[in-house]
Ligand binder design. Sequence first.
Ligand SMILES: [Zn+2]
Length: 308
Amino acid sequence: MDDKELPVYKLNYNITQFFSMITNIDINDAIKAGLKNEIVLAEKVDGNNINACCSSEGQVYLSPKFAQAVWNMCYSGLKLADYNLSEEECNKEGTTLDELYVSVLKSGCTLPECLYIRELHDAKDWELMIEEAIVFRRKWAVEQDYDLMAKMDISNAFGTRVNGMYMAGMGGILLHELTHFYKDHWDKKGCIDQRDLEMDADNVSFEALLALPIAVRRSAVLGSLCSYLLAFFNNKDLKSVDSYYREDIRLFTQFDKIVDKDCKRRADVIVAYVLSRWLKKYHNIDIPVIHDHEEDAVLQIRKELKRI
Ligand SMILES: [Zn+2]
């Protein structure tokens, strides 16, 4: 199986572009201090499975299957947020997204906004894409999964927006890894709780996302949230580990720090739908998500998560 078939491979160049927008870390300085300029794509480092990591020698590694899982989760997130908000806009006009879709098809309109309505309507169901994300996250992907992903259109209007979320989400993950190197976290191992070093690296990456130009910040924040949501599907009991704070603590620390008014509604929609599905699937807990009251569902979800 050739990993190069995964669509995310085509996006690696753009991650470099994303890094050129980062202002709160001097990446050139880190490179002078020994950070390797190139990301090595690998599923294992020293015999251990990885998602993303940075060695004390300054080599950043990234698992292609993990990267594909993040892309798939961003796909789900965008479908959820844009579908729900577009449906709401339609309802205000006394119509539905389905009706709008039919009228766009009939008219043959090829304006970008018309094409986007068609692609949004046709985009795969968000729950199916989460299932696909889990496959890659857990590294079970088989030939059919690769074929399926190879067929995804990452260059249409919808795919391009997923790419924007993915690159920013991935940029945040790589910044986290880079921070371990930049701040020389290895030297301090044993003196400070490793969990606080992880939180420290998370915080540097959040600050970088907040400092992004406003035009890309919203998709960066949502992409980053999607990458943290993905982690829930690999730890269904939210078992604490010594080296990381629990997934819900990491997600909501980020949520409270970086979700601003520009993306609050979309962030609420994504978190409410994804985590209510997660609670139902793994803990049989029902949290109803009511249209226009997703914020309340998120509050309820946070309470339930604390009890796990
Ligand atoms: Zn880390």
